[in-house]
Each structure stands twice: as structure tokens, then as C-alpha cells.
Design a protein around this ligand. Sequence first.
Ligand SMILES: *Cc1c(COP(=O)(O)O)cnc(C)c1O
Length: 379
Amino acid sequence: MNTQQRSEQFVATTYARFPVTFSRGKGSLLWDDAGKEYIDLGSGIAVNTLGHADEAWAVAVHAQLLQVAHTSNLYYTAPQAELAQALCSRTGMRRVFFSNSGAEANECMIKTARKWGAGRSTIVTLEGSFHGRTIATLTATGQPAMHGDFAPLPAGFKYAKPNDIADLQAKLDNSCCAVMMELVQGESGVLQLNKDYVQAVAELCKANNLLLLIDEVQTGNGRCGSLYAWEQFGITPDIVSTAKGLAAGLPLGATLFAASTCDVLGHGSHGSTFGGNPACCAGALHVLHRLDDGLLADVQAKGEYIRAKLQALPGVKSISGMGLMIGIETVKPAKDIVAECLAQGVLVLTAKDKVRLLPALNIPMELLEKALDVLANCL
Ligand SMILES: *Cc1c(COP(=O)(O)O)cnc(C)c1O
């Protein structure tokens, strides 16, 4: 039995996979078990911020593994405390809760909003949003097609149309405690919210004593050309969730609290056995160190380069997204393009009916150009 047969027989049937088994990576290159080389424009869905097998990142994680990998949250560890401080000083947020995934970071955000609401429990999210796969975050996800099999879902969620402030206003009532949204909806097609709309939502939240919850699981950690995307929208969220690229390949979620919410969760009100373990935090500390102004400027420049190059192609209808989070509306079906690129050694993703690019933030220009030539041919 080879790996693919073994996986099909023994791993749960939740994933429809491409018939490729990866055995090694370096930077933005991956090799399958037959030795075929691929340029990775997907980064494990926005996770491998620094590409694969980054030397300095691995050294930082390894050094921590040889000190202590896990202690539980009954005790203090330096990497967790230092990472929380670094996140706060880079964002102006006040405290951080650490978990292991995006869904968990959002669960924490939802629990905090409800405790803060003291009886007001409804959270308004946006149609087409994606917030995770746990029961509460699935319910927060504004995609009814994903809800069907899992009833009964928890009460207390409502959905408003993106970029439609009147619709949001109409959905608000005195049961509401918060509005929760992605600034660029990733899974539903790299759909960017208008800056005017986001600012109007922030004002509406202030006027109605509601929390503004921003899901930066995918948009965060440099992906959109700033450490967090909200910095580019002129708003200050009450809570921000993030995960995916935070530790560049290790599982780590973080929920960042502003002054308005930083003392809502008291002792015993929330927790995680693994969350914020020192090995993952050491990885994330290294990522933050690497995400300096130079790298963030590169993300913006490379994003603009990709847009300019693709916009000119006849196979492209439109381009969306920010920084290195890019959606391409194509003439040919996105699925066919992904399959053709894969055959030609380039990994790209879909987001609904679009082609989606999420390359490593430090992808070398030569590899990016080479991969875009292949993509252009397939388009
Ligand atoms: C991926 C994603 C999640 C869920 O993250 P997991 O780590 O898979 O639980 C939540 N919100 C957004 C915006 C995401 O892109």
C-alpha cells in the first residue's frame, strides 16, 4: 500500500485530495515523492508565511523544543509571555488568549463577546463569511449550504449582506452584542469589504454599544501587506482573531483584546491545554521578528506586480484581494486551471469559483515570475 492508498483507507473521508504526496520543501518549492518539483503559490492555505523548512525559523523552534515543548497553562513560559507582549506592542491591543487554530480563536472571540454582552448575546456576521468548522464558528459562518447536516445549531447568530450598511442596520436589535467579519472574505472568493463600509460598521458599533470583532485568521500576519489588515481600514477593533500564518506552519491561534475587552475573561472562564505552548510561540516570535517594514513593503510590491501582470491577460475577468491574498475571476473554470497548473508544477488554490493565490510572503521574484508564466499559460 502506498501513502495515498493508506490514507484513503484509514484517514476520515472529509477531504477530496489531489493525487500528490509531498515529501520535502524548501522556501517556495515543494517536491513530491517521485521527485517532481512544484512552485507553491498556496502556502498550505496561507500558513507557510516564510515558505517551507525556513532555516532560522526551524532553529528557533528547535532550540525551544530542546528547552521545553509543553508545560500546560498552569505555569508561565517565556515564549508565550514574550509573544503576547510583541503582539500587543505591534498592534496596540492589550491582552492575548492563545489557542491552536482559527476556529478556536473565533470561539474565544464569540465567548468573550457574549460574556461582555451580559445578556445581549446575538452576533451579526456577514453572508458568505467563513469563521471555522466547530459548531459555533460554523453557525457564525454565513453560508447556509454548510449548515444543513449539523442541526440543531446554537442560537444567537444573524447574517447581513456585505458592503450594505442599511442591511446591517436593519438586522440590529437589542439582543445584539457584536458584529463579526473578515475584511477580505477568503474562502468565499477573496471578496474585499469597502473601506467606507467598514468604517460605517465601526461607527454603527460605537453608536449602538456593540463590539467590533475582526476575523484575521487568513488576512493577518502580513498577508495583506500590513501586520493585520484592519490597520489599512482606519478602524480599531475590540477583538481580533488570528491563526493560519501566525507561527508559519505550527498550530497557533490568538485572540487579541483591545482595552474594551481585555479583562472580560476572568480566571476559569476559558482555557486550552495546548494553547500558547512554548514551541509554537517560539515559532511565532520568530515570524513577528521577520515581519518587519521591509518584508511588509515587499508583500505590497509583489501583490501589485501580480495584479499588473494578470490583469492584462485575456483569460482574466477581474482580480480582487489585498497584498499577497489574491482572487482571480477567470474565463475558464477555476478547477480546470488548478489541475493544469498542478500538472505543470505550480500549486494554486480555488476560493469558490475563483483561482486564489496565497504565496509565501518571502517568495523569491524569480520563482514568482516562473510560476506566473505557467499560470498565464493555463489561464
Ligand atoms: C481558515 C479560517 C478559519 C478557520 O481556521 P482553522 O484553523 O481551520 O480552524 C476561520 N476564519 C477564517 C477567515 C479562515 O480563513
